[in-house]
Write a new protein. Structure first.
Length: 191
């Protein structure tokens, strides 16, 4: 319930203020058509606001991925891969529903991985496999992109590792230059 309230507050508060700011910058830009430098800076500011809005929407949706809670990991992943930047093959073999925290973590591993593929990999295809193997859930995301994912720069991969490690799991990434990227999360689960 608290997550839903926070999601609503983000949507109703911060998002609306950013939209109002963007509109105000647009009006200001109209009055400064002749000032090339000012117009350029205003355009950059509006682009930053658009990026911030998109990130805020992702956060708001990410606080509580309702489809995971309501329908389970497999359906949530089907919806996620349908929106992928490249064609994604999906295999989910976990049997019964997993604990919600584990399903949410697996969802985020796939979500962040697909976002990274769309932004950085220059890939033409990807695959996602989620399976229960003994007493672990294994999530593997592979793309045929350019490789070279840097696990030291940027916070996306670090936050994924933190999420997996919080559940006493392990996240590994193989990403040779020119050889695509393979991400594998292994998360313990009760039988």
């Amino acid at each position: 319930m608290e997550r839903k309230r926070l999601e609503r507050n983000l949507h109703d508060g911060a998002q609306q203020r950013l939209i109002a700011l963007s509109l105000e910058l647009g009006l200001l830009e109209e009055g400064l058509k002749d000032d090339v430098e000012a117009t350029k800076r205003l355009t950059q500011a509006k682009d930053e606001i658009a990026t911030s809005l998109e990130e805020l929407r992702d956060i708001a949706r990410g606080i509580h991925p309702a489809v995971v809670s309501g329908h389970g990991l497999e359906i949530a992943l089907e919806q996620l891969v349908a929106r992928g930047a490249v064609p994604v093959s999906l295999t989910v073999a976990v049997g019964n529903r997993l604990p919600e925290g584990l399903e949410v973590a697996a969802f985020y591993v796939v979500s962040e991985s697909l976002a990274n593929i769309g932004k950085h990999a220059n890939a033409s295809t990807a695959s996602v496999e989620v399976a229960r193997v003994d007493d672990h859930v294994v999530v593997e995301v592979i793309d045929d992109g350019i490789g070279g994912a840097d696990t030291e720069r940027g916070s996306g991969l670090r936050s994924l590792a933190d999420r997996v490690e919080a559940l006493e799991g392990r996240l590994r990434i193989w990403s040779p230059e020119g050889g695509g990227t393979r991400l594998r999360a292994e998360i313990p689960c009760a039988s």
